[in-house]
Write a protein that binds this ligand. Structure first.
Ligand SMILES: Cc1ncc(COP(=O)(O)O)c(C=O)c1O
Length: 401
């Protein structure tokens, strides 16, 4: 009987991934200069990041972080519940609650951990979770980790969610979980209908607004604000500082019972070292900046409109969603890789997104626009896409011959 060693097994598994066109590779970026990056000696136009408002290099955020390092050092040396809670953690949690118009809030080291913590801190075996089929990996992982019963409904189908909620066992805790703006398609969840479904069945509606905070709604508060909802006890909001807010760190904003439950039960909150004051200081400043510089959102909206229009003119197939996430659907993973490589040849960095990040057969380029892009840069990206498409067609033609 053969007995494979661990390394043989891993080599075989990696070869399988490679043969399916699904291998992933790290691409180190040497330097950033606005929307341009240096990669392997080449200057490339970045069309794939989530720094939607261009805040990662904002002087006020940088200065706030530097001042916090000077004042408090580089780390906290302890988890929040032992001796890692500094005043600045409590202050930002009050500020997040004010921003989200919720009773209370909790800061997490990352958005991923906020999702893990929010779901596993509330749901336990015997409870019941209803989840959108396109929810982010962090939500899927959180649902699995909770060991609650998990039912998945078709994308954005509030009626199906309502139906699944009606089948929940009596007296268990029920969670309905969705993204506000979906990370890979850029479309929005039907929050008013989902909230209604949650209310009918006395469930909590948990909205991961990672891609909407800072961008959607008149105050940049997210999808719920854009859709005219008011925060209420059934609504749990999750956000991240790592995308439009230009830093790192996640948060949950909700009523006090929810937040107290997380402080007591959320292992990704409890069993990790508290985030450093510099991270919190930058996050605090980003909340101020998005309040004081609404023109960034306005500029972003105008640029997104321009880019979508140009793509449509050139016959690219994208979704009908608005906002800075603009997928170009390709289908096959190998084709998406080839398209991304051709785009790179033409000076644009937008890696292919493939399964398991998106469903099989829906590989794509996920292009993103930020408020830092210039119109000419977006036009340049469209031109590069046209050239990449031509190169692909040429390759296909040659293969046929
Ligand atoms: C929808 C969604 N939720 C959560 C996260 C995780 O956020 P963070 O990068 O802050 O960990 C991401 C980012 O990849 C995301 O797209």
């Amino acid at each position: 009987m053969s007995n494979y060693g661990a390394s043989d097994i891993l080599i075989r598994r990696l070869a399988d991934i490679r043969s399916m066109g699904l291998e992933r590779r790290l691409v180190p970026i040497k330097s950033f200069e606005g929307t341009w990056v240096m990669v392997e000696g080449r200057r490339l136009l970045l069309m794939a990041g989530n720094d939607y408002l261009g805040l990662t290099g904002h002087p006020r955020l940088k200065e706030a972080a530097l001042r916090a390092v000077e004042a408090f050092g580089t780390g906290t040396g302890s988890s929040r519940l032992i001796c890692g809670t500094h005043c600045i953690h409590s202050i930002i949690e009050e500020e997040i609650a004010r921003f989200a118009r919720s009773e209370a809030a909790l800061f997490f080291n990352t958005g991923y951990m906020a999702n893990l913590g929010a779901v596993t801190g509330l749901a336990r075996p015997g409870d019941y979770i209803v989840s959108d089929e396109f929810n982010h990996a962090s939500i899927i992982d959180a649902c699995r980790l909770s060991r609650a019963a998990v039912k998945v409904y078709p994308h954005r189908d509030a009626e199906a969610a309502l139906d699944l909620l009606s089948k929940a066992p009596r007296d268990c805790l029920k969670l309905l979980v969705t993204e506000g703006v979906f990370s890979m398609d850029g479309d929005e969840a039907p929050l008013p209908d989902l909230l209604e479904a949650a209310r009918i069945h006395k469930a909590i509606l948990m909205v991961d607004d990672a891609h909407a905070v800072g961008v959607r709604g008149p105050g940049g508060r997210g999808t719920w604000e854009e859709m005219g909802l008011s925060p209420c006890p059934e609504l749990v909001l999750i956000g991240t500082f790592s995308k439009a807010l230009g830093g790192t760190g996640g948060f949950v904003a909700a009523c006090s019972e929810v937040i107290n439950s997380l402080v007591n039960n959320a292992r990704p909150f409890i069993y990790t070292t508290a985030p450093p004051p510099s991270q919190i200081a930058a996050a605090r400043e980003s909340l101020r900046v998005i309040g004081e510089e609404p023109e960034r959102r306005e500029r972003l909206e105008a640029l997104c409109g321009h880019f979508r229009e140009r793509l449509m003119e050139e016959g690219f197939e994208t979704t009908s969603a608005s906002g800075p996430i603009i997928p170009i659907l390709i289908g096959d993973a190998g084709d998406a890789l080839a398209m991304a490589a051709a785009l790179l040849e033409n000076g644009v960095l937008a890696p292919a997104v493939r399964p398991p990040t998106v469903p099989k057969g829906s590989s794509r380029l996920r292009l993103t626009v930020t408020a830092s892009h210039r119109i000419e840069e977006l036009d340049q990206a469209v031109e590069a896409l046209c050239l990449a498409r031509e190169a692909m067609e040429c390759q296909r033609h040659q293969a046929y011959l």
